[in-house]
Ligand binder design. Structure first.
Ligand code: PMP
Length: 404
């Protein structure tokens, strides 16, 4: 067993250790993660001691709130290794960040006949905004196909990418199966055609370090709630030279330079894209979560999660009818089926035994269609899960399959 102080880590997460879980096992971490106490304390402290609007007033409280809010941006910059904090735009989540790029960059720079390349593995959040844009602008969407293992079939990449491809949008890790996507190879191929690349890091950030400069992607998005932070806050990273030429998408306070009855001029990024009062407590809470992560040995945490996942798979292998969906190297997700049983029934039987898993298409219907499935059962781990959770999950599944 890899060295990772799991008992100490569990104590950091009130919902995991206290009575509220009532002995339940939480294995739906890909949907949302639990929050360490420091995040709850930070949010509480903000509202109790610092609450004021940011960037507006000249009074003490507002200055303090603005400082904390902008320091949070710096924490995200550091977390992603962006070059400057001006490259970090607060959004309400990954979905909002993708919609921002589609509506700002997409509407301004994509012309009828241009192509956008996606993959069949994408979450609906990384498909539907592009479909809406394609319909409006007369664009063509293409999809990198998926193999039965859940890996992308890159053999088709040379025919899918061409001089009309202007944008590639790809998950870092697929949310339905947990397969890591070959983002480095796709980014390198896209660059040859000068296509811009957006990486959806929603399922990656909780499990691995991300370096946007090393990746050399143009945009990177993620949601705070999947990385132990609050919901309602997310991040769009964009290379400054792109953010600088992108028009605002939403108008309002904070994002202007001058407004007259005749029109408005806009401030520089990132505020240009942050119309209205932002989710201040969310930004500060997310920074607290990222600082918490930086106190952990992330490599040890990732190895520990792999150890749990491998154990889970091994213990499930002899359950009658158990079928794993997806190939090797998955990131903390076990998607599976049980022959002869509907995923929904398994989900209900697991819940009756106190085990939280997710069932269905996981907001990835094109992926399910490509695999010829209507849905799967998905157990997803975080580093605060332990062997007891895994064993209880396996026992409950065995019971669901053999006894009910
Ligand atoms: N992309 C991926 C890969 C996801 O897993 C999710 C959340 N399930 C999203 C995008 C959307 O995230 P949110 O709903 O927080 O905006």
């Amino acid at each position: 067993m890899p060295i990772f102080d799991i008992e100490s880590v569990r104590r950091d997460f009130p919902l995991i250790v206290n009575e509220t879980l009532e002995g339940r096992v939480y294995l739906d971490n890909a949907a949302t993660s639990q929050k360490p106490k420091c995040v709850l304390d930070t949010i509480n402290h903000y509202y109790a001691q610092q609450n004021a609007n940011v960037h507006r007033a000249s009074h003490h409280l507002s200055t303090q709130a603005t400082l904390a809010y902008e320091e949070a941006r710096e924490t995200v910059r550091h977390f992603l290794n962006a070059r400057s904090r001006e490259e970090i735009v607060w959004t309400s989540g990954a979905t909002a960040a993708i919609n921002l790029v589609a509506n700002s960059y997409g509407r301004r720079f994509l012309q009828p006949g241009d192509e956008i390349l996606l993959s069949e593995c994408e979450h609906h959040s990384n498909i539907v905004p592009w479909q809406l844009l394609a319909e409006e602008r007369g664009l063509t969407l293409r999809y990198i196909p998926v193999l039965p293992t859940g890996e992308l079939d890159l053999s088709e990449l040379p025919t899918l990418l061409n001089e009309r491809t202007k944008l590639v949008a790809l998950a870092h890790v697929s949310n339905s199966l947990g397969m890591p996507m070959p983002v480095e190879r796709v980014i390198a191929a896209a660059k040859r055609y000068r296509a811009r690349v957006l990486i959806d890091g929603s399922q990656a950030v909780a499990h691995d370090n991300v370096d946007v400069q090393a990746l050399d992607c143009d945009f990177y998005v993620f949601s705070g709630h999947k990385v132990f932070g609050p919901s309602g806050i997310g991040v769009l990273y964009g290379k400054y030279e792109l953010l600088e030429i992108m028009p605002p998408w939403q108008g309002g306070g904070e994002m202007i330079e001058q407004v007259s009855k005749r029109g408005a001029t806009f401030t520089l990024p990132p505020l240009r894209f942050e119309a209205g009062t932002p989710h201040i407590a969310g930004a500060i809470g997310l920074a607290s979560a990222l600082r918490y992560l930086s106190t952990l040995d992330r490599q040890a945490a990732a190895e520990y999660e792999r150890y749990l996942l491998n154990g889970m798979e091994r213990l499930c292998a002899d359950i009658p009818g158990f079928q794993l969906v997806g190939g090797q190297g998955r990131t903390s997700i076990m998607s599976f089926l049980v022959k002869g049983m509907h995923p929904q029934d398994i989900g209900t039987l697991m819940d009756m035994q106190g085990i939280a898993v997710r069932v269905g298409h996981h907001c990835a219907m094109p992926m399910m269609e490509a695999l010829g499935l209507s849905g799967t059962i998905r157990a997803s781990l975080a580093f605060y899960n332990n062997l007891d959770d895994v064993e209880r999950f396996v026992d409950a599944l065995r019971k669901a399959v053999t006894e009910f």
